[in-house]
Design a protein around this ligand. Structure first.
Ligand code: AMP
Ligand code: MG
Length: 419
């Protein structure tokens, strides 16, 4: 669904329509097996289950004495019949009047039903052996014992398909015996900046030239979403050179271009794509910044390449990369379609006015105030070429079209600058 907006240039599709068109072209990555220490950030291909109960036996949770709870009364003295370390199997059992010295992690000896911590015992050696005296009342069965299967039962699901792994999940994977894990492959991406005015960052720009900021920035933004990123450098706005470099880019699963998709005389990307057989899916979206966004697809030799032509202005490039390219890469890596583009809410700290008939993403800062509340400050921003402002932002604040004045205290939606 989603609304369309009329602008000077005609009817533009909405952000939601653009995202749905992108999602319609995405093919999920192949399934690959990775070692469990390499799963962080990756998504699980098929659900994983637990192969045994956890804990796998009734487990002593304290260094101390395994006892029969019914034996325990103030001043009771029990004979210590032996000891059991973690990793040892039960040899001796516990019978009335006796205790077994146990260490944390040891299986609860047969006969025992509780563990008393060593700090609560007075231990003495006598000719007849070792004895432990306790000054405790009403000691209940089960204390300091974790019952077999209390946490998980054999066969229980531990991770659902599509789960994105975090570092803490690795412990559970190891516990449940998953040394290698089937996850979706991350896409292979190429990045190409276009523009006669561009020089490499390491070069000194001559008259009327500027450094290529988008190539390195886009590469950095998608680093964690890609298995391999090829930076194809800079293409001039010259049809043959552009076509040659784009052809290289089309061998990858995703090609991200910047520049050359607007209305200027040197904006050749849509034409060059058509020449190279790339099918345009959409051109131009009702979004600010980022209106000229171009998206197309090429199928060749059973392989599909998704092509994103991002606008050249760096802030527009970044916003389009975060809102559109990111979703495509995440879907390829096994994610579901996100429910919302602006997922978070916060209270605006300053009066703010937005103009225009397109939904606007405005560089902002999110902060937690003294009360622990989330507050958003819209930054002074000079528009899509103002990288300095974007570098000070950690949020993109969302303002619907034609919304005009937003007084301080308004609750607004936002998303992180780079998720
Ligand atoms: P374009 O989309 O090609 O019309 O470019 C729009 C604006 O973005 C122009 O001012 C370009 O000089 C600038 N621009 C284009 N590509 C880049 C880039 N890779 N790095 C920095 N600025 C760029
Ligand atoms: Mg250009």
């Amino acid at each position: 669904g989603g609304l369309s907006f009329t602008t000077g240039a005609g009817l533009l599709i909405s952000i939601e329509q653009a995202l749905n068109l992108i999602a319609g072209q995405v093919r999920r990555g192949v399934v690959e097996s990775v070692p469990l220490t390499a799963v962080v950030g990756r998504r699980l291909a098929a659900k994983l289950c637990c192969d045994r109960d956890s804990p796998p036996f009734d487990k002593c949770m304290m260094d101390g004495f395994a006892v029969l709870a019914s034996d325990i009364a103030p001043g009771v003295r029990l004979r210590v019949a032996g000891q059991l370390l973690a990793g040892q199997s039960v040899s001796t059992g516990v019978v009335a009047g006796t205790a077994l010295r146990v260490m944390t992690g040891a299986p609860l000896p047969t006969g025992a039903d509780a563990v008393i911590m060593v700090e609560s015992a007075r231990v003495e050696m006598r000719d007849e052996g070792e004895f432990a005296t306790f000054d405790l009342e009403n000691y209940s069965p089960g204390r300091n014992v974790m019952v077999r299967g209390a946490s998980m039962r054999a066969g229980d699901p531990v991770f659902a398909a599509g789960h994105q792994f975090r570092a803490v999940d690795v412990g559970l994977l190891a516990e449940t015996g998953h040394e290698n894990v089937d996850v979706f492959a991350l896409p292979d991406v190429a990045v190409l900046a276009t523009g006669n005015e561009l020089v490499r960052c390491g070069e000194s720009p001559g008259a009327a030239k500027i450094r290529n900021s988008n190539g390195p920035m886009l590469t950095a933004c998608i680093q964690s979403l890609s298995d391999s990123i090829t930076d194809l450098g800079i293409a001039s706005d010259q049809r043959d050179e552009l076509a040659a470099l784009v052809s290289h880019g089309l061998r990858h699963e995703v090609l991200v271009l910047s520049g050359g998709v607007s209305e200027g005389m040197a904006d050749l990307v849509p034409e060059v794509m058509a020449e190279l057989g790339v099918t345009e899916v959409f051109h131009k979206v009702a979004i600010k910044p980022g209106k000229p966004l171009w998206f197309g697809v090429l199928d060749r030799d059973g392989q599909r390449c998704l092509v994103f032509g991002l606008p050249g202005n760096p802030v527009s490039s970044l916003v389009c990369c975060e809102i559109f390219v990111r979703v495509a890469l995440e879907l390829m890596a096994g994610a579901e379609m996100p429910e919302a583009v602006a997922t978070r809410a916060g209270s605006l700290t300053n009066d703010h006015t937005v103009k225009g008939d397109r939904p606007t993403w405005w560089p902002a800062r999110h902060e937690i105030d003294d009360q622990g509340c989330l507050r958003i400050t819209a930054l002074p921003w000079l528009g899509s070429a103002d990288m300095r402002c974007l570098a000070q932002a950690n949020a993109l604040a969302f303002f619907p079209p034609r919304s005009e004045a937003w007084p301080a205290g308004s609750i607004i939606r936002w998303r992180p600058v780079v998720a």
